[in-house]
Design a protein around this ligand. Sequence first.
Ligand SMILES: C[S@@+](CC[C@H](N)C(=O)[O-])C[C@H]1O[C@@H](n2cnc3c(N)ncnc32)[C@H](O)[C@@H]1O
Length: 185
Amino acid sequence: MPRDWDRHYSDAANVDLMPDPLLVEVAEMAPAGEALDLASGPGRNAIYLASLGWRVTAVDRSAVAIGILRRRAAGLPVTTHASDLESGDFRIAPGAYDLICNFHYLHRDLFPLIREGVRPGGIFVAAIHMVDPAATGGPHSPAFLLNPGELRRQFADWKILFYSEARADTEKPQRRTARMVARRA
Ligand SMILES: C[S@@+](CC[C@H](N)C(=O)[O-])C[C@H]1O[C@@H](n2cnc3c(N)ncnc32)[C@H](O)[C@@H]1O
């Protein structure tokens, strides 16, 4: 059964607003431009990017998450879409983005669209949970978990600037996560 994200975000304790450290590193090396945050949740990464001058499009199926994001992003260049990324309602426009973010969400059909959506010279940054028999929690369905090497293979013809499949001691639950920064040729 899919997780009830609206209910999850209705508890303020579940609203994490610290940007992902990998995204912070990417933002430090790239000039601000157009960014797309897929499955943004309440917008920890989208708001961070917008505060640096990025024009951000944030998409998430949870209306509660998008409501929180809209309130927090008031005055910042963030466009929001409460859309199901698996329905095709939101279309990733080809060549429209200098940066696409995909943190802790997996829908494999999006990879070809992400590849098209990033402009030549632009960046894709992702952190996505992997199959991990020793995980302490998180999703269990293989539909939501990457296999070893899978993320890297999807972008094999891009310049891989960073890639790891480590289990971070600081994260809860502890689960192997594929982290990647890749630049489109
Ligand atoms: C683990 S949270 C990650 C949120 C955010 N990327 C972050 O790192 O803080 C997963 C997010 O995926 C969203 N999500 C799940 N299925 C979705 C779908 N089909 N379309 C759009 N968003 C979806 C959920 O609403 C939730 O906000």
